[in-house]
Design a protein around this ligand. Sequence first.
Ligand code: UDP
Length: 236
Amino acid sequence: MTKGKLLYEGKAKKVFETDDPNVLLVAYKDDATAFNGEKRGTIKDKGEVNNRVTNFLMRKLEQEGIPTHLVEELSPRETLVKRVKIIPLEVVVRNIAAGSLSKRLGLPEGTPLAKTVLEYSYKNDALGDPMVNEYHIAAMGLATPEELRTIADYALRIDDFLRGYLKDAGIDLIDFKLEFGKTADGTIVLADEISPDTCRFWDSKTKAHLDKDLFRRDLGGAEEAYQEVVRRLMGE
Ligand code: UDP
């Protein structure tokens, strides 16, 4: 598979065409941004961690019956994925209050939620990714009601599986963000990434952050924490 022209460069990844029109190549970068791009930096080897952790978890999810965009890991930083049309929604799943939910609802970080919370944001940088509900999503035609039911069902099943899987690795899954895409034949698949950039991972014992909050909040130790996630999941 040869790397073709650069199709898109985002904050954390580059996407290239390949000689197969249905397959794209994703290359993960070490660049880190937060607060809609206002804060910038790098976390050494983050690209490798996020690529490998994403693929590792997506393979597990495939075994659980969740379709994903994953085709093949090419190298520590590069992966072939199915070409999909990204549904312009950020799907956030929350088990424990943290981050923007804590601020918005006045719930101290670490407060368990009696029911898993699903939130949607409209992916639009210029608008700052505003939160939307199922009515907005239907009104704007961002996804059909049936597509949204599939997305919600997958998101909750992903949460169920990952929560248990990570618990065994000594990690509490506080919350995370998912993105879904549609293949040429209309199938909804999990896309984007599942990594310390997009999840809040807390050490089960110490409750220490093992995720991007170390960067967002200038706490230090992000590089080591990202490596620790690899060690715990992949035993290295
Ligand atoms: N998240 C993400 N990308 C975003 C916004 C949020 O990956 O653009 C993830 C974030 O890492 C966390 C979860 O979604 O695991 C919930 O984030 P929250 O809404 O609390 O926003 P934050 O506090 O990160 O601004």
